[in-house]
Design a protein around this ligand. Structure first.
Ligand code: SAM
Length: 281
């Protein structure tokens, strides 16, 4: 998610309709190009694979999945093709259209249901799932995580899993990259408490940043924490793909460090994103 920090929302106020609509317009504006060469690049694909493997490990084969913030439906189609039944939801109508088109093009519309639904509107959904996943930060845009947790608990079967990839607070690559260029405000954007305005395509995404433990706190009434790990801690974050392409061998070695060390204490609290798994009690 490209970003430039700016306006802040009052710390304890949750996002209102105006901010949610700003975020919706931002994602609508990039939906057409989202799967382009920079949008779904090698670094994104690497992180995607980790979530895919985790979902396969945590959710029974051929189970029912709910995708929160599905974007253009890359994950939803992958899981449908692997035998899962997927309800794919997103707050951006343009993204939902892309997901629908992707499912139709692959003749998988019987296995992927695309719905225009914000994470803040899960009370409108009535179904039972074996697993709920969310990839690349949609939950960073949710106005009230505790409400999301309660809805996820209602929608999941007992023992069902949440598998979320969330934008973290501590990303050493990002701090180094922007600080070296003298862009100190940008380098420190993830430190902000409460929602912060992040620029994308001349629009605004209202974003909350989390440490894994503070994210889990919102879910702790209904879910036990199974595991969490860093994604892209040693490997550069996806928006530095040009750097990766210039130093591919070295970066691949960094990627192997992510695989080996990313779940260790302290290291797992850092990274561009973290991948967290929780179990419904
Ligand atoms: C960085 S994209 C990730 C998309 C997709 N999960 C993927 O892996 O490519 C973030 C997605 O979150 C969606 N989103 C943002 N705010 C949302 C909200 N409140 N409810 C549901 N989806 C939201 C956006 O429309 C966008 O599709």
């Amino acid at each position: 998610m490209p970003s430039e920090g700016g306006r802040r929302h009052p710390r304890n106020a949750s996002l209102g309709e105006a901010q949610l609509l700003e975020t919706q317009r931002a994602f609508d504006s990039v939906a057409a190009d989202y799967d382009g060469p920079r949008g779904n690049n090698e670094l994104i694909q690497r992180m995607r694979l980790t979530l895919w493997e985790t979902v396969h490990h945590e959710v029974p084969a051929r189970g029912h999945l709910l995708d929160l913030g599905c974007g253009t439906g890359i994950d939803a189609l992958e899981f449908a093709q692997q035998g899962f039944q997927v309800v794919a939801t997103d707050w951006s109508p343009q993204m939902v259209e892309r997901t629908q088109a992707r499912a139709i093009a692959a003749d998988m519309q019987a296995h992927v249901t695309a719905r225009h639904l914000g994470i803040q509107q899960l009370d409108q959904l009535d179904a039972r799932f074996d697993g709920i996943y969310s990839n690349f930060g949609p939950l960073n845009c949710a106005p009230d995580l505790r409400a999301v947790a309660a809805e996820c608990a209602r929608l999941l079967k007992p023992g069902g899993k949440l598998i979320f990839s969330v934008i973290g607070r501590i990303c050493p690559w990002e701090v180094g990259h922007y600080a070296r260029r003298g862009r100190f405000k940008r380098a420190s954007v993830r430190v902000t408490r409460g929602a912060t305005a992040v620029g994308m395509n001349r629009h605004t995404i209202w974003t909350y940043y989390y440490l894994p433990r503070e994210f889990y706190r919102a879910f702790s009434d209904h879910f036990s924490l199974e595991s969490y790990r860093a994604l892209s801690l040693f490997m550069p974050p996806p928006y530095l793909v040009d750097y990766y392409r210039r130093r591919r061998d070295w970066c691949e070695r960094m990627g192997r460090l992510d695989d080996r060390l990313g779940a260790l204490p302290v290291l797992r609290d850092m990274g561009d994103h973290f991948l967290i798994v929780m179990r419904r009690r």
